[in-house]
Design a protein around this ligand. Structure first.
Ligand code: GLV
Ligand code: GLV
Length: 329
């Protein structure tokens, strides 16, 4: 019997894919830095029983229609806005993501970005390396305090809760906004639920961790930034399109808010000439929220495990379309 065909859209280590190779014929795009060209992905999809995808791949109707044998998609991310989940679900395809394993790592990065933005760490480090440090002076690269301030978390899922736990260590007042109240997070962290408007008006740090959905697309508008404190620091570790980038740019230039820490952009990779990158009060990162060696390894292994389970007729560990399998034997 021929083994099922698996295509992985980026180079993963042999060691990671070894267990999967025992049950499947595994192929992958053998480049670490460059994404698989769309034509190659479409061709591979024709043969594939399983795809292991990156968040940069559009898994849309075209791709799903090109993949008649496809049984499972394992996305190397917790977010899955790159996948047409509804259409894939209609086709009986299991969609898997990588929650839990990346929660603390992403919360660490969120806090690192918040601190770096508030305390001007990137600017300060560049200042030293460029030989600009001529004397100690009282207000040299003075930033904003983080401790004892108010943090407003938009999107109180697992990562939001992990960020709130870190904020407690800094003795911050914690507000959050979410589609629905998260009583468990409130109990664990002392966070208080507020409306979106109250959160953005009263927080010193506004941290966006919400998934990208039809409801959250463009939720940070010109009006939102106008409502924030002039000293507010905005941090986005969710998805770029949750923010109107032009509005954010104007808010930063016009002094409506103080600074922004951005791990994500509408267009990724972000163009080096993007207006936001020209501002000294923007700390920009290349979408590295979950990027620690340990966590990325765990995410890769979880993706491979999920594929293996589905190909062996079992329920995967972390399913996005939760009712999958009830109808599939
Ligand atoms: C990263 O952005 C993820 O969704 O895991
Ligand atoms: C700073 O280093 C201080 O001693 O105040």
């Amino acid at each position: 019997m021929t083994k099922p065909y698996v295509f992985i859209t980026r180079k993963l280590s042999k060691e990671t894919i070894q267990p999967l190779m025992e049950v499947a014929d595994v192929h992958m795009w053998n480049e670490e830095e460059n994404a698989v060209p769309r034509e190659v992905l479409l061709k591979e999809a024709e043969k594939a029983d399983a795809l292991l995808t990156m968040l940069s791949e559009k898994v849309d109707k075209e791709l799903l229609d090109a993949a008649p044998k496809l049984k499972v998609i394992a996305n190397l991310a917790v977010g899955f806005d790159n996948i047409d989940v509804k259409y894939a679900n209609q086709k009986g395809i299991a969609i898997c993501n990588t929650p839990d394993v990346l929660t603390d790592t992403t919360a660490d990065l969120t806090f690192a970005l918040l601190l770096a933005t508030a305390r001007r760490i990137v600017e300060a480090a560049e200042f030293v390396k460029k030989g600009q440090w001529k004397s100690w002076s009282p207000l040299l690269l003075a930033g904003y305090d983080v401790h004892h301030k108010t943090i407003g978390i938009v999107g109180m899922g697992k990562i939001g809760e992990a960020v709130a736990k870190r904020a407690r260590g800094f003795e911050m007042n914690i507000l959050y906004h979410n589609r629905s109240r998260n009583m468990e997070a409130e109990e664990h962290t002392g966070a208080s639920y507020t409306s979106f408007d109250e959160l953005i008006e009263t927080s010193d740090f506004i941290v966006c961790l919400t998934p990208l959905t039809a409801e959250t697309l463009g939720m940070f508008t010109r009006e939102s930034f106008k409502k924030m404190k002039k000293s507010a620091v905005f941090v986005n570790v969710s998805r770029g399109p949750v923010v109107d980038e032009e509005a954010l740019y104007h808010a930063l230039v016009d002094g409506e808010i103080a600074a922004a820490g951005l791990d994500v952009f509408v267009q990724e990779p972000v163009d080096e000439k993007h207006p936001l990158l020209t501002l000294p009060n923007v700390v920009a990162l290349p979408h590295i929220g979950s990027s620690s060696k340990e966590t990325r390894k765990n995410m890769m292994e979880l993706c491979c495990k999920n594929i293996e389970l589905v190909l062996c007729g079992q329920q995967p560990k972390t399913l996005v379309n939760k009712d999958w399998g009830l109808s599939v034997k």
